[in-house]
Write a protein that binds this ligand. Sequence first.
Ligand code: GCO
Length: 405
Amino acid sequence: MVDQFPDGFLWGAATAAHQVEGGNVNADMWAAEWAPGSRFAEPSGDACDHYHRYPEDIATLAGLGLNAYRFGVEWARIEPEEGYFSRAALDHYRRMVGTCLEHGVTPVVTYNHFTTPRWFAAAGGWNGTAAVDRFARYAARLTEHIGDLVPWVCTFNEPNVISLMVHLGLIPAAAREDGLGLSGDTDSQAAQSGGSWPAADVAVMAAAHRKAVEAIKSGPGNPAVGWTLALIDLQPADGGEQRWTATRQAAELDWLDVSRDDDFVGVQTYTRERIGPDGVLPVPEGVATTQTGWEIYPQALGHTVRLAAEHTRVPVLVTENGIATADDDARIAYTAAALEGLAGCVADGVDVRGYLHWSLLDNFEWTSGFAMTFGLIAVDRTTFARTVKPSARRLGEIARAGRLP
Ligand SMILES: O=C(O)[C@H](O)[C@@H](O)[C@H](O)[C@H](O)CO
């Protein structure tokens, strides 16, 4: 069994601003959580209060033996009103980066993880005329303030997520048109779940990404820049070859094409979907699934990392991988099997730079609320007290050893 990882490999965990910080009142998503008929199981509210407790959480991550932390910056805090940039918020995120560096933890910073300021969503979101310039201006202003300290920047988290859900038939094609801007079209599922999720059109998101990369590259520091992609391990089932080819091309390969001009591609994988002639096949009876109803299929990661590397020819960073479960032994087994697949990639010469587990904390899983527990650390929903799970210690041991047990 191959089990070795290269020196300097990034071992860590990931979070997103809206899912852990709390009190994100200027975000489009916040409004949608409280809207009548909202699709959210519950509002994010204080989430994990990470906005205040990040020093403790980063210290815990470092104490476990992990050396990297992927977190998101909340645009709605940085630019609560169009053209007005909050110095206090910029300073907050510079302190977060500083806290990572103090603990010898490499910060991997995501500039946009689904949520946007209300004013941006109200202006049509990603299909709004000035979306590209607005995002680039925000990226430039943020880079000016933290760029000198940040070695890894993800412009977008899963810009292909809506495209993937549309092509897998998980949300209505209508989402393709309105780009989930606040078009007032409350019928479309995603519109009810609020805000401006990424546009389904790769060209729209690629344009915003490319202009942001230029802004970041012309700022202080010399970060590696890329975006992260939701890569489900799509597999053709009997008679599904044609549909599989079309789905993979539109929802994954077209987006990977964009990464060819980047410093790296962030791979985010949890499971597989089998594509039959009429679409996604249900998980067979008796096959183990997660709290989210996904098949427990850790082998998916090795498959998608190989796909991303072969298709882009750029280094791969695993920016998300994990399992929603209350059974922490299942999390330990899942992570070990996923890492085995990743070690196989490394042994075959695939340029993999790191593994960031989703998630550092049990957190706000969007419309599912807090019921889905992906965390290496449990969070008491009343006191916010943190409890480190055995899976966190196990990942720390693997990180320290740089190899699988
Ligand atoms: O994929 C996403 O939607 C995000 O990147 C995360 O925000 C999720 O919480 C995670 O993937 C588990 O679903």
